[in-house]
Ligand binder design. Structure first.
Ligand code: F6R
Length: 607
């Protein structure tokens, strides 16, 4: 979602802020701005891309050594110049950039208007700037603390004031903020990617904490002004992981990384001889896992789809009843979490507000909650009792790809671990571990058919509606394939269990509604073939994902992409890859902005 960068030190701040904002472009935004503070505030902001802002800043010849920058993803107010951040107070002495939503902004704004403040934007954020001004008595950190104590909602904030040149204040409540420590300079950002090329020494703010940065030091305090001791952490990921490395888009790079990322997710966790699995992060939860009677998966979007695959895996391998819940719905229900129910929260970013809220709800009911996250140090990783990291490396493309296959890899391993103490013998365990180990090279084989998938995408690029059908474990893959296409090519796509087609969607079938079937060799293959015939009989066009060696299917479909054979339980790790590529190439051939699709944000930190 929105991105924040702030800096104080000897460097020329403008190119640094612009570079930081560019690093966060992948998160999705619609406007951008900076405020430079060298005793007077210079603010440049506008709707549109950071490259547009860069030109505006150049034209305005803004220079300085401390300041803040922001990319905005509109929540309150249209994406235009006035609503873009940074926002200022009445006297334009304070400028701030905000991620999150202030829930009580309307009443605060009314009070401030009554005290004589004039507002110019439609945003909730502007209220914070006016409130700080109202409470300011010469001490900026104190004014910020007082203001934040009156605010309800979520925020990651970076604040500067012309009365305090060289100072940047950061604060967090529900929206990530990380402080980068340099030598004679300090950084703040909502995403460490923004300053990683300059320092790797960092601390993550917790909710209710603030940091006061000056070039020589960073002071950490609570909102009640108690000092906090924070330990410096090393950000370990490689800078190459946040660069495109010769690929046209991050999404393509991340699709192609999957042989590696899936291998990374299983690295050090497979016990080949025993046909079992071990997870360092779940060691202390062993008993809870072995006594679990019911599992709930929480997630949103792609992570929810991974949960659906997990449902099949856990039921099949561990014989445990599973429910998969949209995080956003779970928290507003009256969930029944009797003893023996355990909860897994699945999230790539570890910052999704809906999933965080659902975790808190599950904990309130006393359930043990475990995380399946990619981002180390994320809020979900910290708020769950224990968990498993994906180790897929930073996912920059807005459409989630490598995180999905890593989530399934981890869910498969968890299901196997729980299954081994219940109903899976050592022999079957060894077989499954071996099949899992072979998955990365099988994904590589699918990636080798990239060109063919591009040709298909080119052929179908003018289709505006698609149906995706699959059964069993490949039903969630159908949902995921449809979501990928919607997100980046803006093509309407629906996913269904193949057998459901005849209960309604069949009415849509004609030449203009291509149907993507996942028709791999498993227990439902024959039935899926019958569904293919039903589509053909109605003049529909069929694209099939089939198992290598299935030469029969060619006669019944218009296009076929093959995936290697594997255990039926592992097919989603293979079948999703051609669907990711199909969505990617459709978007490219329709001229869409693949890495920054309209209206979407990488991590959704608002509810
Ligand atoms: C789809 C996508 C989203 C996310 C969803 C949850 O490509 O990226 O649907 O999967 O917003 O995000 P995380 O996994 O970060 O909780």
């Amino acid at each position: 979602m929105c991105g924040i960068i702030g800096y104080c030190g000897p460097r020329d701040v403008v190119p640094l802020l612009i570079a930081g904002l560019k690093r966060m472009e992948y998160r999705g935004y619609d406007s951008a701005g900076i405020a430079v503070n060298d005793g007077s505030l210079r603010i440049v902001k506008d709707a549109g891309k950071v490259s547009n802002l860069e030109q505006l800043v150049r034209d305005a010849a803004v220079k300085g050594h401390s300041g803040i920058g922001h990319t905005r993803w509109a929540t309150h107010g249209a994406p235009n110049q006035v609503n873009a951040h940074p926002h200022t107070d009445e006297s334009a002495s304070i400028a701030l950039a905000h991620n999150g939503i202030i829930e009580n902004y309307s009443s605060l704004r009314q009070e401030l208007i009554r005290s004589g403040h004039t507002f110019v934007s439609d945003t909730d954020t502007e209220t914070i700037a006016h409130l700080i001004e109202e409470l300011y008595e010469g001490d900026l950190p104190h004014a910020v603390q007082k203001a934040l104590r009156l605010i309800r909602g979520t925020y990651g904030l970076a604040i500067v004031s012309r009365h305090h040149p060289g100072m940047v204040i950061a604060a967090r409540m529900g929206s990530p903020m990380v402080i980068g420590h340099g030598h004679g300079e300090n950084f703040v950002a909502s995403d460490p990617a923004a300053f990683l090329s300059m320092t790797r020494e960092a601390t993550y703010l917790e909710d209710g904490e603030m940091a006061v940065l000056t070039p020589d030091k960073v002071e950490y305090r609570t909102l009640s002004d108690e000092p906090i001791d924070k330990k410096l952490e090393q950000i370990t990921y490689d800078i190459a992981a946040i660069e495109k490395g010769g690929f046209a888009h991050f999404m393509l790079k991340e699709i192609c990384e999957q042989p590696q990322t899936v291998a990374d997710s299983m690295r050090g966790r497979l016990l080949i001889e025993e046909g079992a699995v071990k997870f360092g992060g779940m060691a202390q939860a062993k008993e809870i896992l072995s006594e679990a009677k019911r599992v709930i998966f929480l997630g949103c979007g792609t992570s929810w789809h991974a949960g659906l695959v997990g449902e099949y895996l856990f039921e099949e391998l561990a014989g445990i009843p599973v429910e998969v819940e949209y995080s956003s719905e779970f928290r507003y229900r009256s969930p029944i979490l009797e003893p023996g129910t355990i909860v897994f929260a699945i999230s790539q970013s570890g910052e999704t507000a809906d999933t965080l809220a659902a975790i808190r709800e599950a904990k309130r009911h006393g359930a043990p909650v475990f995380g399946i996250c990619n981002v180390v140090g994320s809020a979900i990783a910290r708020e769950t009792d224990a968990g498993v990291f994906l180790h897929a490396g930073p996912e920059i493309g807005v459409a989630s790809t490598k995180a999905f296959t890593s989530q399934i890899t981890v869910l498969f391993m968890l299901a196997l671990q729980m299954g081994r103490s219940r109903r899976v013998g050592a022999g079957r365990g060894r077989e499954l571990v071996q099949q899992l180990k072979d998955i990365p090279q099988k994904i590589s084989r699918i990636l080798a058919s990239r060109e063919k998938i591009e040709t298909i995408a080119h052929r179908y690029r003018d289709s505006n509606n698609f149906l995706y059908l699959g059964r069993g474990l490949n039903f969630p893959v159908a949902l995921e394939g449809a979501l990928k296409l919607k997100e980046i090519s803006y093509v309407h796509a629906e996913g269904y269990p193949a057998a459901e087609m005849k209960h309604g969607p069949i009415a849509l079938i004609d030449r203009d509604m291509p149907v993507v079937f996942i028709a791999t060799h498993d227990g439902t293959y024959e039935k899926v073939i019958s569904n293919i015939e039903e589509v053909r009989a109605r003049g529909g066009r069929v694209l099939a994902i089939a198992t290598e060696g299935d030469t029969e299917i060619v006669k019944r479909v218009d296009e076929v992409v093959y995936v290697p054979e594997t255990d039926a339980l592992l097919t989603p790790l293979l079948t999703v890859v051609p669907l990711q590529l199909l969505a990617y190439y459709m978007a490219v051939h329709r001229g869409c902005d693949v890495d920054q699709p309209r209206n979407l944000a990488k991590s959704v930190t608002v509810e």
